[in-house]
Each structure stands twice: as structure tokens, then as C-alpha cells.
Design a protein around this ligand. Structure first.
Ligand SMILES: NC(=O)c1ccc[n+]([C@@H]2O[C@H](COP(=O)([O-])OP(=O)(O)OC[C@H]3O[C@@H](n4cnc5c(N)ncnc54)[C@H](O)[C@@H]3O)[C@@H](O)[C@H]2O)c1
Length: 447
């Protein structure tokens, strides 16, 4: 089953930017999933590019053109890219534009952690000069660019925004692993601290990307756009996860229901249930919006409920497994059982473990006494087993936590020949009908 969200347009349908291109030098601060593809693109578009990252090991790897988190196509482009990378702040000297792409995570208590943004702003501020443009791409709550980054830039540089240097926010929308929409083709929104900042930032992005660039009325509105997009995903996924838990009690297959509802040509957009929400964006960004609400005396009850539901899906998945094992054998079914956990990454065909629900599933299984065998071909270092066959061999059950391509084609026979009698498909990526015809007990999320 393909659970890709349908998009309204194809990249070749979006209007190309035809205006006069700007050139010069760009310093990208933070060379991860967001910063590195942008740096590669800037270099391809003729900018002189430097990349700064505080992670020395990563910088050394990048200097050798090693970046396992890039897609195949990006990795190919990276090999042909000329850019200077470094972990020494002096690399920030004298750039025309600074683009900040550092992480904006939450801590254990789900509180936003802006420390990397503070640090990056300090480093850029120390090298900022008259006429330069600073753009924050990192995802932040409305107001944070002006409240956190801007005062540091002004203090460190002794310059004033809009008069001496230019300051804008262009939230990143990249979707790692997406073969269609990428840093070149995704339309962008930009907010500036003033008219000149906005004008220069829009001109820069129109020179970089092929897609439309929309000028927003303020930085706050640009920040809010990104918050809304990701909160929209989170609440809709929470909605279908809640439906999954409810409908499965009455024997309704939610996937069939979503298929039916999707026939309506307007007013419905399918979202799909699963064993949890991961990555650096969807499970993180709503907490930034919740914090924004608190700071303005408002309680985002809906967002908080969505977070709670989605955070609870790994537990629901393990409960589902435990119940199914119990139906088969009774007793304390997880204690001492070998369970194969297939997939550790948070989403299909990427090696990213950040906020992955698979890690929560592993922890809960272990807490309940299971002997967990993990296999993820994209994250071999975290896998206890080097092959699917070895992970499955004589396991009491298998849980699919990531719908990597290699798992999506698994047939009941592959489980049967290893002695696996129960499959919990946390991504609803296998054919329920094929498993029902076999002797294996199959459970999906909401089906
Ligand atoms: N990953 C995504 O899918 C995605 C999509 C859209 C937006 N975003 C947002 O983009 C931002 C970056 O995310 P990412 O996924 O690229 O993170 P990442 O962890 O992959 O990369 C961030 C990089 O910044 C470096 N870094 C940290 N502090 C630094 C500092 N003070 N100076 C220089 N480098 C520093 C880290 O070492 C790391 O290499 C976040 O705000 C995120 O919410 C991410």
C-alpha cells in the first residue's frame, strides 16, 4: 500500500523563477538534512559556498564527500560539488549571505531547546558585516527569530538589522526520502524584518530554487506557516490513530474506510494510522506552537491531545502484540519471548532515527521482558541482527515499525519458514488479505 499524501501539483507544474539571478558567497550554518542539500544547490547555482558545522566528525566526513543521510541523487550531486566545509568559525568570514539550518529539538520534558540557534547566531554575529544577509531556516515558534536570534546578531556584530545588515526567515520544508519534492522544487515562504531584508531574501531564494517564493507580511507569519503545516500533519495523524483504536474494537477496517472517504473529490485528505510519529519535525514542532500559546496566555488543547495520542501509539502497538500473543498462548506472553522488530528509522527508506517510534517500541518490549531482535538495513549499527532471516529465525512474533521498501514486499511464507506465527504491521504496509489466507495471525493498526 502506498500511503504517500497526494499533492495538488507536480514540480514541473510550478512556475519557474525567471527574474534576474543574484550571485555571491553563501555560508550555510549546520550541514544536516536541511543545510547540506541547500549548500549543494547553492554551489550548483553558481554561489561560492562555505559550510560550517560544530560536529568535527561530520565535517571530516563531508570533506571526503561522505554523507550517508543524503538521497542517492543528492549524494551524486554532492560528489560534483565544490564547497569549503569547516568546524572553525573563521570560515564564516566575509560571506554575502548566512543561512542558518541548525536543529531546533525539544528536551525530555518536550520543552523547545533553542540552544543551537543561540550558538549559531552568536557565531554568525561575530563575523557579520555591513550589507550581509542573514536567513534563519530552522523551524521555530512565531516570534523566536526576532526574540532569540536577532538580538544576538545585533549585539555580537554591533550592527542594526535592516539598516546595516538584512534579516529574514525562510522556513525549510524539505521531506527527506521524497523523490518528487526537494529543495529545488518545493515552494517557499519568506518573512523579513523590513522591506529591504524581505526583498533581498526573496531575490536570493528566487536565484536558488525553481519554485515560487512567496513574500509574507512578517517574520512571524513565515514562522507560523511552518508551525501550521506540521501541526496539521500531527493532528490529522492523531485523528486517524484515534479512529484506528476505536474502529478496530468494532471490527471496522479503517484503511477501507479511508479509501472510501478518499473517493470524495473535495474536502477530504487521507492520512494514515501507524505505530507512531517520528522525525525532527512532526513530533517536535507542535511543542513549539504549544509554547507559543503559553507565552501568549493560550492553551492549545487540540495540539496537546494530538501529541499525547501519537506519543502513545508505540504502547498501543506493543499492547496489540501482547494481546495477540496471549490469545495464542496465555500467561505473560512477552516475558522471555523473542520478538523481531523490523525497521528502526522513523520513516521509509531513510536512515534517520530521530524521535523514531521504533525506539519506543523496542524500549517498551524490553521493559516487558521481551528479547528484542532488531533489523534495519539502513541503520546496521543499531541492528542486533545482520539479516532479516537471522532476526526472524524462531521469533515468536514480528513487528514492522518502518515500511522500508525491503519490508513492503514480504510475503507470509517468509515469516512461516522462520517459524513466526504472529505479525504486527505497525505501518499497514503488507497485504492483510494474503496473511489472512496463511496461517499467520496478522494485526495492522486499525485493520
Ligand atoms: N529534517 C527535516 O526533515 C526537516 C524539514 C524541514 C525543516 N527542518 C528544520 O531544519 C532544522 C535543521 O534540521 P536538520 O534535520 O537539518 O538537522 P540535522 O541534525 O540533520 O542537522 C543540523 C546540523 O547542525 C549542526 N549544528 C548544531 N549546532 C550548530 C551550531 N551552533 N553551529 C553550526 N552547526 C550546528 C549539527 O551538528 C548538525 O550537523 C531544524 O530546525 C528542523 O526542524 C528539518
Amino acid at each position: 500500500m502506498d500511503h504517500t499524501i497526494p499533492t495538488k501539483k507536480k514540480p514541473d507544474q510550478v512556475r519557474a523563477n525567471t527574474e534576474k539571478k543574484v550571485t555571491g558567497s553563501v555560508a550555510v550554518v549546520g550541514l544536516g538534512y536541511v543545510g547540506l542539500p541547500l549548500a549543494i544547490l547553492a554551489s550548483e547555482r553558481g554561489f561560492r559556498v562555505r559550510g560550517f558545522d560544530v560536529d568535527s566528525r561530520k565535517v571530516h566526513a563531508l570533506a571526503e564527500h561522505q554523507a550517508p543521510f543524503l538521497s542517492k541523487e543528492e549524494a551524486r550531486q554532492f560528489k560534483e560539488t565544490r564547497m569549503e566545509v569547516g568546524d572553525d568559525e573563521s570560515i564564516l568570514e566575509d560571506a554575502d549571505a548566512y543561512i542558518v539550518c541548525v536543529p531546533t529539538p525539544v528536551n525530555e520534558a518536550h520543552e523547545p531547546d533553542l540552544a543551537p540557534l543561540v550558538e549559531a547566531s552568536r557565531a554568525v554575529g561575530a563575523y557579520l558585516h555591513k550589507g550581509a544577509l542573514v536567513i534563519i531556516e530552522s523551524t521555530v515558534d512565531p516570534g523566536a527569530c526576532e526574540r532569540v536570534a536577532l538580538p544576538i546578531l545585533e549585539r555580537e556584530s554591533g550592527l542594526t538589522a535592516e539598516r546595516d545588515f538584512f534579516f529574514a526567515h525562510c522556513p525549510e520544508r524539505i521531506n527527506p526520502g521524497d523523490g518528487t519534492w526537494n529543495v529545488r522544487t518545493i515552494p517557499r515562504v519568506i518573512g523579513g524584518i523590513g522591506k529591504q531584508s524581505l526583498k533581498r531574501a526573496v531575490a536570493l531564494y528566487r536565484s536558488l530554487i525553481d519554485a515560487p517564493v512567496k513574500a509574507m507580511a512578517s517574520i512571524r507569519e513565515a514562522e507560523a506557516v511552518k508551525m501550521v503545516e506540521n501541526a496539521f500533519r500531527d493532528v490529522n495523524i492523531a485523528f486517524v490513530n484515534e479512529l484506528a483504536m476505536s474502529f478496530s474494537r468494532g471490527g471496522i477496517d479503517l484503511l477501507h474506510v479511508i479509501e472510501g472517504a478518499s473517493l470524495k473529490p473535495f474536502g477530504f485528505m487521507p492520512h494514515y494510522p501507524g505505530c507512531g510519529v517520528g522525525g525532527h519535525c512532526i513530533p517536535v514542532d507542535p511543542y513549539y506552537l504549544i509554547r507559543y500559546g503559553h507565552e501568549n496566555g493560550f492553551e492549545h488543547r487540540f495540539l496537546a491531545a494530538a501529541r499525547e495520542i501519537n506519543n502513545d501509539m508505540p504502547r498501543y502497538t506493543v499492547d496489540l502484540l501482547e494481546r495477540t500473543l496471549g490469545e495464542a498462548g496465555g500467561g505473560r506472553p512477552l516475558d522471555g519471548s523473542s520478538i523481531a522488530l523490523l525497521g528502526l528509522a522513523y520513516k521509509r527508506d531513510v536512515p534517520d532515527l530521530r524521535e523514531s517510534p521504533a525506539l519506543a517500541i523496542r524500549r517498551i518490549l524490553e521493559e516487558r521482558g521481551a528479547n528484542v531482535r532488531t533489523f534495519d538495513p539502513l541503520v546496521p549499527g543499531e541492528s542486533t541482527h545482520v539479516s532479516l532471516e537471522l532476526a526472524l529465525k524462531d521469533a515468536a512474533a514480528a513487528v514492522i515499525a518502518t515500511d522500508h521498501s525491503v519490508f513492503r514486499t514480504l510475503a507470509p511464507e517468509q515469516f512461516e519458514k522462520s517459524g513466526v506465527r504472529i505479525v504486527v504491521d505497525g505501518r499497514n504496509c503488507l497485504s492483510k488479505e494474503a496473511f489472512e489466507r496463511s496461517g499467520i495471525a496478522y494485526r495492522g493498526i486499525g485493520r
